[in-house]
Ligand binder design. Structure first.
Ligand SMILES: *Cc1c(COP(=O)(O)O)cnc(C)c1O
Length: 245
């Protein structure tokens, strides 16, 4: 436990330094770049250790896995972000337990999230996922459809539309990373011209956060650079090891 905490502290310090350097290079204030620590596959103990280092926003991809950790960590004031693919039978659990949802790309899912958001909680904070790389296999709304989709989301009573989110194709050159992230920023500007004013660009992960921040990211979602490499679910299962332990 002490070792986990020491590593996490060093990793978080180094990461905050990377964010600060990237922000300053772009003439931006590092305080304008929020950090969501992506804790999928890592234990509640690892999250608690990161929390004790001052990290209070965490991102999870899998509902079942996340709910176990949310329950274990109820006493902490964590801001939970759901960043994974959203199945319609999981919308209630997401609406009841998370503060933010980053991967909204279907109106039916958005409607279910709005309907299930409990009245005693603040509206669910929403980012629309945009398929900025135009990959056929990738999820996300096509850039050309984003304006109409944003208008529909903005009408849902229990959601607050905050921004756009994208995961550009992996293993691209730094130049291509800039093109994709710049395109998302440009889309946000176009929406503003159309009357949809958003304050969040959720883009940038461990490998490409510098390019994302240079292009205006206001929120980066970072896992590996904080918690280390993730256990591969399939091989962990084959070896009969629970990746969460
Ligand atoms: C896993 C994940 C991340 C974190 O990726 P790293 O490369 O580990 O920093 C960010 N965003 C989403 C949507 C993810 O699924």
């Amino acid at each position: 436990m002490a070792t986990i905490e020491n590593n996490l502290q060093a990793n978080l310090l180094a990461l905050r330094q990377r964010i600060a350097v990237a922000a300053h290079a772009g003439g931006r204030d590092p305080a304008d770049v929020a950090l969501v620590a992506v804790s999928k596959t890592f234990s509640a103990a690892a999250i608690a250790a990161a929390y004790s280092c001052g990290q209070h926003a965490f991102g999870e991809n899998y509902v079942q896995e996340a709910l176990a950790k949310l329950t274990a960590l109820q006493a902490l004031r964590i801001e939970w972000h759901f960043i994974g693919p959203i199945q319609s039978n999981k919308t209630r659990a997401i609406a009841e337990n998370f503060a933010w949802v980053h991967g909204v790309e279907r109106l039916k899912i958005a409607e279910r999230l709005s309907a299930a958001r409990p009245p005693h909680l603040a509206p669910l904070q929403i980012c629309i996922e945009v398929n900025i790389g135009g990959e056929r296999s990738k999820s996300g709304v096509a850039p050309a459809d984003t304006m109409a989709f944003a208008r529909a989301i903005a009408r849902l009573p229990r959601l607050q539309l905050r921004g756009l989110m994208a995961i550009p194709p992996a293993c691209e050159s730094v130049e291509q990373q800039h093109l994709h992230f710049g395109a998302l920023r440009e889309l946000k500007t176009q929406l503003a011209a159309g009357g949809i004013v958003l304050d969040t660009l959720s883009m940038g992960m461990s490998a490409d956060l510098e390019a994302a921040i240079a292009e205006g990211a206001t929120l980066v979602r970072v896992g590996t650079a904080i918690f280390g490499a993730r256990p591969d679910h399939a091989s962990a299962r084959a070896a009969n090891v629970n990746p969460l332990e």
